[in-house]
Design a protein around this ligand. Structure first.
Ligand SMILES: [Cu+2]
Length: 824
């Protein structure tokens, strides 16, 4: 059997959620054999062409230097045949290079001075690096990571030159005034944020959030190990560690998708830096500190790195603590305090075509209040290991990764949780989650026109969720341990192939097919006492093991009209299988069911073993218009439409049980539809040496989501919103004002008793001053101390517990923040 035939093998079943079970071992063995064959074939190819490595000449002249680098896509695969332009704004210097098969480009004998580096490649968003400084006799390395197509919004962590592989060169971060990585996504059009504790906001893309959006951190899939999703993926990335976040909100290439219904958010840490050939050890570090007035929030981070030509060792540590914040009316919002600590150690090595990286991290949250949940987080610790190997081949690359994370999570009541009459002053709930997985990806330029990407990945979650008995609280909370999920297992094996074709200077296409087979299972359960026996017996009598066979497709075409416009249009079929809590939570008891659900609404939820995967049919396009000169102006429009079969919504089991004002809901499949549009753009108002650069930018999004059977609105759809900003940059100083306008949320899900939130406008100011080694920043948020309710912030459960009134959580009042970053 030839290698290409083996690649096709895993796509044997073109059926979704098929009950004909393919045994996991069988499929794993077949796919592993296929990948071994691929790896073997590619390493042979690599050896025979190893001599082709290009050495870029380093100029030794006194008046010139050189610039070189490697271009990669978000997954780390090299990009060949990209057009790289180095130009000067003060001289006539303007040179073009085309990246070679290893993604390399280099410019020799460049006169010293300031340059702009611009990169365009078919199928990728254009990237521009301003202020590239060429120093006499030195080679400047500018490795760039391009984002795929114009649908990608590339969020660069402000102040960190995310595109640079000078990994320790984390110059300035106004982002260091936040302790929440999801906040960094706030300005991306189409992204809305769902409040979920102070450390772990959950991003929604086009109305699809949490596990419906694929969130990948350094290639790892990390599951929420909590029935309230208090520890979602982004909670494990300190902003100090995130070097680049890529948001794909429209059509996602299958290589970056799988087991998701919306788009993909990929977070990458800084790539390890290595010393230049023949030079001494390279040692760099960055220290950041920040303080935010509202909530007495402070924290800091330390990045330290030491590197030789072939090895690199790096450490990132981050700490933050915050007290409860106050809203615009000066009311303290209880259960919004938190603390977290992160340590990450990375060891990397490179030699010739080989790159190896091993990262170990420890993340610890001793407490985090949840105003929109009945419980608080009282302990969360996670230990993880991520090992990566990459080999550059003559016409492509092989990239393999293995990862593991062990998460221990505990919930209980923190001291300012308003608990009715002291009842349930203690109620321990524990979760143990173990994520394990690998990814292997192969890329090869088949010809000048076609590039093939193929990959295989496995993710396995094992989860136990149990609630120890509370002394004296039987039969409601004793005498036995409540087993919520017993040895839950969810194993996903994904395999994909995609072909990128660059037909001519205008047209390119991307075609992809992907299979994800998901095996779910869980053991038998028990309640605290005999009062839970009927539900437990009913659950235990059901067949728990399920196999979903999901087929994803992507077809995308792009037309590049040249200097002023690009157009992209595509279709994607995407699938997400239910998570363990959606399938295997089982108690209809009021107390137990109110502990399930990651919506922040206080409603009671329980699972449904028979749930089918959700299947989305997405049609989306993007029109990009931009000015002739780089950064003069740009307008980007992205309409989108998603017809979702078997969307996992809820059925109302009972309303107002036992005097509770909240409904008991059971997860259930219902067809739904979401459509809308994003718009963003900017224009440069002036640009000169004396007046600096003044820029006006805007971004907005509109969404409409409804169930197609009942016509009722879908839950938690962000209302129409618009962001406007003006900023001026002059000699290292950037000052600006911005405003955030949000319409009222009036389309409400009746089953969840979703609450209306009024519209609001917030105004913010900022100033950042940068020098080579130090950056200082100031921010004033919600300057007019506006009182507003968060459309996606959930309900204030502390107020509900105390008064019986359900109200939305109100947002942070006026807040002033300072931050400082030093590079040494
Ligand atoms: Cu929890």
């Amino acid at each position: 059997m030839s290698a290409p035939r083996r690649v096709r093998l895993p796509f044997r079943a073109f059926v979704t959620h098929d009950e004909r079970t393919a045994r996991p071992e069988e499929v794993i063995v077949r796919v592993v054999l296929c990948m071994v064959a691929l790896l073997f074939a590619s390493s042979m190819q690599g050896q025979s062409l190893a001599q082709e490595t290009q050495q870029s000449a380093v100029s030794t002249s006194n008046s010139t230097g050189s610039v070189a680098g490697v271009l990669k896509d978000p997954s780390g695969a090299v990009i060949s045949r990209a057009r790289v332009v180095l130009s000067s704004s003060t001289s006539s210097f303007d040179k073009v290079r085309i990246s070679d098969r290893l993604g390399h480009f280099s410019f020799g004998s460049v006169p010293v001075g300031e340059y702009q580096l611009s990169v365009t490649a078919p199928g990728f968003a254009r990237q521009i690096l301003h202020s590239v400084t060429v120093v006499a006799g030195k080679e400047l390395t500018e490795d760039l990571s391009l984002t795929i197509a114009v649908v990608a919004t590339n969020v660069q962590v402000e102040g960190q030159d995310a595109s640079s592989a000078a990994a320790w060169d984390l110059k300035v971060q106004s982002s260091s005034q936040s302790h929440n990585s999801a906040d960094l996504l706030a300005d991306a059009p189409g992204v809305s944020l769902h409040g979920n504790g102070e450390l772990a906001t959950i991003p929604f893309l086009h109305g699809l959030g949490d596990e419906r959006t694929k969130i990948v951190v350094d290639g790892m899939t990390i599951s929420s190990a909590c029935p309230n999703h208090m520890n979602p993926t982004l909670g494990y990335v300190a902003p100090a560690q995130a070097a680049q976040m890529t948001v794909l909100a429209g059509i996602t290439p299958v290589s970056l998708g799988g087991d998701s219904l919306g788009g993909t958010i990929s977070v990458e840490s800084s790539a390890p830096a290595f010393a230049e050939t023949g030079s001494n050890l390279r040692e760099e570090g960055t220290f950041t500190g920040f303080y935010r007035s509202n909530g007495d929030n402070w924290g800091g981070s330390l990045n330290e790195g030491i590197a030789g030509e072939h090895f690199s060792l790096g450490y990132v540590g981050a700490f933050t603590i915050t007290d409860d914040y106050s809203d615009g009316a000066g009311r303290k919002i209880t259960s919004t305090y938190a603390q977290s600590t992160d340590h990450t150690l990375t060891l990397a090595a490179q030699s010739g075509h080989n790159f190896f990286e091993a990262t170990g991290s420890y993340h610890h949250v001793p407490f985090e209040g949840f105003v929109n949940a009945f419980m608080d987080l009282t302990h969360n610790s996670a230990t993880s290991l991520n090992v990566r190997y990459r080999r550059t081949l003559a016409a492509g690359s092989v990239d393999a990764r293995f990862y593991w994370q062990n998460t221990l999570h505990e919930m209980n009541f923190l001291s300012d949780k308003l608990v009715v009459d002291g009842v349930g002053a203690s109620m321990p709930m524990n979760t143990h989650g173990r994520d394990l997985g690998y990814t292997v990806r192969y890329e090869s330029a088949l010809s000048a026109r076609h590039t093939l990407r193929a990959g295989n990945e496995l993710h396995r979650l094992r989860l136990d969720d149990w609630w120890p008995p509370v002394a004296g609280a039987a039969p409601m909370m004793g005498p036995d341990t409540f087993i919520n999920i017993n040895n839950g297992r969810r194993t996903r094996l994904g395999t994909y192939a995609e072909l990128f074709s660059h037909w001519n200077s205008h047209w390119s296409t991307l075609l992809g097919v992907r299979n994800d087979t998901v095996w779910s299972d869980a053991g038998n359960v028990q309640g605290y006492s005999s009062m839970y026996a009927a539900d437990a017996a009913a659950f235990n009598a059901e067949k728990h093991s399920r196999t979903d066979i999901n087929l994803d497709l992507t077809a995308l075409t792009r037309y590049d009209a040249g200097q002023h416009a690009a157009f992209e249009f595509g279709y994607a079929r995407k699938n997400r299988s239910p998570n363990l809590y959606e399938r295997y939570t089982w108690s209809t008891g009021m107390m137990a069911a109110s502990m399930i659900g990651w919506f922040g609404d206080g409603n009671m939820y329980y699972g449904n073993v028979a749930l089918k995967p959700e299947t989305g049919n997405v049609v989306s396009g993007t029109l990009l218009l931009h000015g002739h000169a780089p950064k003069a102006w740009e307008v980007k429009l992205t309409p989108h439409f998603n017809q979702i079969q078997d969307y996992i919504d809820v059925d109302v089991a009972s309303m107002g049980m036992m005097g509770m004002g909240t409904p008991l809901l059971r997860f259930a499949n219902h067809d739904a539809r979401i459509y809308g549009g994003d718009v963003s753009g900017f224009t440069t108002l002036w640009s000169s040496d004396s007046a600096g650069t003044g820029r006006l930018s805007a971004g907005g999004a509109w969404l409409h989501g409804a169930r197609t059977d009942s016509g009722t609105p879908l839950y938690q759809m962000m209302p129409l919103n618009l962001r406007l900003a003006f900023d001026e940059e002059i000699r290292g100083l950037n000052v600006g004002v911005s405003s955030e306008l949000v319409d009222s949320k009036s389309r409400l899900d009746p089953n969840r008793l979703e609450l209306r939130t009024p519209g609001y406008a917030l105004f913010n100011v900022h100033a950042v001053y940068k020098t080579k080694y130090v950056q200082g920043g100031f921010r004033g948020d919600n300057l007019f101390n506006r009182l507003y309710e968060l459309p996606l912030g959930g309900n204030n459960i502390d107020i509900y517990s105390a008064t019986g009134n359900m109200t939305p959580v109100t947002g942070r009042g006026r807040s002033l923040a300072l931050n400082l970053t030093c590079t040494f």
